[in-house]
Ligand binder design. Sequence first.
Ligand code: ATP
Ligand code: MG
Length: 545
Amino acid sequence: MTTTPTDDFVDPRGDLRWGTTSTLLTEAANRLGDTEAIVDGDVRITYAELETAVTEAAAAFLAAGLERGDRVAVWSPNTARWIVAALGLQRAGGVLVPLNTRFQGNEAAYILDKSQARILCVIDEFLGRDYPASLEEAIGGAGEGRPYAALPGLEKVVVLFGQAGRHTSWDDFVASGSSVTEETVRVRAAEISPDDLSDMLFTSGTTGNPKGAMCTHAQTLRAYAVWAAVVGLREGDRYLVVNPFFHGFGYKAGWLASLIVGATILPERTLDVPHVLKVVREERVTVLPGTPTLYQTMLEHPDFSSDGVSGLRLAVTGAANVPPSILERIKEELGFSHIVTGYGLTESCAIVSMCRYDDPPEIITSTAGRPLPGLEVVTVDAKGLPTPTGVEGEILVRGYTVMKGYFGDEEETAATVDSDGWLHTGDIGVIDENGRIRITDRIKDMFIVGGFNAYPAEIEKILDSHPSVAQSAVIGVPDERMGEVGAAFVVARRGATLDADELIAWARRNMANYKVPRRVHVVDALPVNAAGKVLKNDLRARPGA
Ligand code: ATP
Ligand code: MG
């Protein structure tokens, strides 16, 4: 099934002409000067002040010798300074490489190396993370003629908050920009083309090593101007962002979308429910995206009451399934009038499909909405032929959100974006008669039992409905007779005991024979990555899996 845009194409901010994040900010500052752009605790920054701060930061990056297309990494929790650093390096022509705040030093070093970042902006706490290797150690002591021996490409570490030690503090860094005139910054900013890279976000590495998906200014701005229109984000909104800035949800669908429409961004450093509730009340927050768990935790918190949260209008949630009962409570008790969900991947600027602002609850709980206007989405079978409506296939995407490729990895790029421009997502899903998408699994996780396709996500859902199962993960393992069979890793609910044979016998009564796991391993916990996704490669590598 193919789905082409059914809505009229919305180009809500056509006047942007898909410029750069730098021109976007200048334009917003001219239009909204005294409006608050960022409220971060006691720090309140207007659009006009943000414009000035970003020019100063850009001057510092130019003073450090940053050239167009050079990569700069940012590793910090959500703060106003994160945004100033990101926009500053982009105004200087740099490419933003955000790092996951749950990384250990060695994981951060991997991406610093892979992206060949010249400058790292980081908080002192992350520099010193000591397990299994601190970044300090991973980047190495000063080597011959270069500051960080183990990462030859890294020239400067700027410490956003905390003790700078042998590195450069943010204040000193910004002060170093005073040698560069505003005019010089303006000249550089004007040189940047909308088709230059704005950022390189790394995939979460669920199916392999993280890969850097390259994306241009024009792509990012267009995708999120359209996104904002589709979900109903608008000027004057007060937008609380709990989603991390290192991810497309917190960065592109977060503070950047806020700048695009002229809203006020309120960054949250950690997921602290009483604090979120306090900010919602005191700052009259109108938009609060998050995981279903965030809303649930808010509702269940002892401090929760519906008092003072009546400003909340728009909830945006994703990835995980949203149970209808939670959706009901989100509306009734938290007072949201609109809730939307969506589907995306790093290789498509984090966005493919979205529910619309006025979609009814049954659509929101059962689908990931329709493709963004202007994107083409199709499902294909193993031979690459389109599958009929409602029939599973691999999801392919074509259009303006598809990345320019993986940085430094032409082979992987060619295997992912074909010569006709289709992005092969590796996700399996169906498209219904209304063009709505439902994700059912990942190709890499699917296995074939005696000729039948077995989808782990479906099997896991059934296993999870067993009263003693807290969580399960299913993988395909080689089998002499059947080719492959399923093996399940299950975690028991607290206080419950699980018997492998009993669970297999139960599975025989609850699913088709080819789906029944032939082996069950009862484990204490499942291996998960920083994004909370189960690492199936880890499970496959276990002896006797
Ligand atoms: P890697 O590509 O390195 O293995 P990853 O695919 O987990 O890592 P991301 O780009 O962060 O890294 O995640 C995108 C994936 O998340 C999608 O390809 C899809 O499998 C899953 N996903 C996103 N949205 C949804 C959704 N609404 N429903 C189900 N799965 C989703
Ligand atoms: Mg992926």
